[in-house]
Design a protein. Sequence first.
Length: 194
Amino acid sequence: MTTPVVAIAYHSGYGHTAVLAEAVRAGAVDAGAEVHLVKVDEINDEQWAALDAADAIVFGSPTYMGTASGAFHVFAEASSSRWSGQDWKDKLAAGFTNSGSKSGDKLHTLQFFQILAAQHGMNWVNLGLHPGWNNSAGSEHDLNRLGVFAGAAAQTNVDEGPEGVHKADVATAEHLGRRVAETARVFLQGRAAA
């Protein structure tokens, strides 16, 4: 059985998004993937090569002022050298983000990731979960408690450090990592059979 390779390209300003990146990594490893964590604000040639060789790239960034962080935007612009050669075409892509507010316009960050992936010719993997905490029997401890479909979204109080990332949001990010790894395995098996 082929082992899928998942790269997580992320920026974390205050450590909250790093907690989510680690959760995505744990979920993907749990599903049998080889995983590479790439901090985009410290990226080097070896890490660019890891992204190029991956079957799936999961994008992650805090949501600042309604979009991904400036450091992530710098990385996205630098990826244009891969765009011109369509180096990432047909890879899988997914995304995760965190903000201080329940909404915080996180959807815009996830849509930015989706457009980045589409420009690269990548295939987007959504969260694949119904929304949690949307009825009287639900609670803030439900997976996908914020009800986002495009990717994993988290909310952390602005006066709390990385230890304040909600456990349900961490579990949702782990779910995303597993889903990406499992989907990558299916794609690899399909390519091998084609």
